[in-house]
Design a protein around this ligand. Sequence first.
Ligand code: FES
Ligand SMILES: [Fe+2]
Length: 397
Amino acid sequence: MFEAISAKDGTIAGGPDHSRDHHSGAVTDLRRIGINPNFWYPVAVSTSVRKEKTFAATFAGERIALYRGNSGTVYALEDRCAHRQVPLSMGVVEGDTLRCCYHAWAYRGNGRISQIPYLPRGAARPPRGVRAYPVREAYGLVFVFPGDPQQAVTTALPELPEFDSAKHKTMTFSRTVRCHYSFMHENLLDMNHQFLHRGVVGRIQPKLLGYDTDPQSVEARYLFTHAGGKKNRGAGLLAAKNIGGTTSPDVITIRTVYPYQTLQLVPENAELPAFSLWVAYVPEDAEQQTNHVYGLLMIEKPPVPGAIHLAWPLIRRFTERVFAEDRMAVEAEQRAWNEQGEDCNHEVFPLILDVRHVLRTNGVPLRAGSALCGAAAFCGSSPPASTPRLAEFVNGG
Ligand code: FES
Ligand SMILES: [Fe+2]
């Protein structure tokens, strides 16, 4: 689906009100749109939250104290003691309670204070406790629900059937990238950036076969052809069939399904993908100019027993190298935004215009009174004279 562009940044007409300034009606700069907190977000890798230990996590400037009780359950509390605001993540786990390191106030997993050791009899009623976040563990990650807790009950965790499939093995990624999460979505969906990876993967020609958009998602299908240059073994090993030596054209499907992103290669007639990447970009700071990437790369095991273990380090090295290049680019984009103070990008690829719309309309205002993108005059630029037509991007037309 592609709709007419109505603004210099390619906004599709008719978005919900919160993507616009209520007074002027101007489109809010996408990089000033906060991620919607009413979803499950990973904030730690499960193995980082050890039994009877704490872990300091963060979501968009909210500090969260995770701890794993003696029972094995993980709890998530506001990382601030109700007494004197000292981080609870500096505290001590006792059974399934968390005791602040300073004056030893103790908290239950629901955030209620269970003990103030020195409180005199008849003293004034102390505070009830701190905020507790709904928390779930799945896929080797700890997810919290930072939004309205009522909605946590009805909001599903992402479904990843490959994770539990005995035919697949999962590689986990967890790292910080210094940019707004929207740059990450644009980067993965816009495969026209293969030039960036020419040193690692050779000359790859991506051809957009088609794409679909709805209010919450954008799905793009690309055909990848190797057009010369060095072939990367790690890249070849990502598809199990390739370990056996045969290759076929790779059709890759990339989806932003708000707020997550996936990339899959599903061979013809196969039930599950040959490989499948699921990613969440979790803002760390209040300005959301830094995000933590949690990625699960689920790779189909080749039929030869043990071959996946031999291929594993090569696949890891390949993905790390590609990721490092992408990180370099998106962090440079964020630096440019910081220097210019607004989004001066000239986007020409229709599906990226669509994903920008999805991210804008599903997001939330970053904070009350946040500045809107300034006038186009500051960019020293004007919108593209004409909008590229879909046909120009599909099948190389
Ligand atoms: S600051 Fe936590 S008990 Fe005093
Ligand atoms: Fe890339």
